[in-house]
Design a protein around this ligand. Structure first.
Ligand SMILES: [Fe+2]
Length: 154
């Protein structure tokens, strides 16, 4: 099993034990959706798609496992580090890259490093593409417009 599948197996076990079925559905859709979009954006921008895919899978794991979204980016970065250390699927530099992206992923109004930007954009893209009939949230509008231009959608 490659390391993306090792990580997904671990996360799937966490998600399948979520008591609330509606939250469980949201967790699967969002984590896999963001992970897929991280892959797409990383490939488009010539960034590390493997690590971006993993960052997407882990980015909201704190919110869903603790059912608490307060400060989830910072707490989630620590939790992701614990998971990656336990699974032993990344080296120190890779763990740092993934955890740094998770740490900054709620700061949508700031431009971060090119790798961290993948996760922020994938998070916005997933929210906006989930249902194109829903209204775009004001704080995601600018990034969504840029993403549509980047992917030739507008
Ligand atoms: Fe998210």
């Amino acid at each position: 099993m490659n390391r993306i599948e090792v990580l997904r197996k671990y996360i799937d076990e966490m998600l399948i034990n979520m008591v609330d079925s509606e939250e469980r559905r949201c967790a699967y859709l969002h984590l896999y959706g963001v992970s897929h979009l991280c892959t797409l954006i990383a490939l488009k921008r010539g960034e590390n798609a493997e690590l971006a895919t993993m960052a997407g899978m882990l980015h909201d794991i704190y919110s869903y496992s603790k059912m608490d979204s307060k400060d989830h980016a910072h707490k989630g970065a620590s939790m992701a580090r614990e998971i990656l250390n336990a699974l032993k699927i990344t080296n120190e530099a890779e763990t740092e890259l993934i955890c740094s992206a998770i740490y900054t992923h709620s700061e949508k109004e700031v431009i971060h490093s090119s790798f961290n930007e993948i996760l922020i954009d994938a998070d916005v893209f997933q929210h906006c593409l989930y249902n194109p009939l829903f209204e775009i949230m004001p704080h995601e509008k600018d990034r969504y417009e840029k993403l549509k231009r980047e992917f030739g959608l507008s």
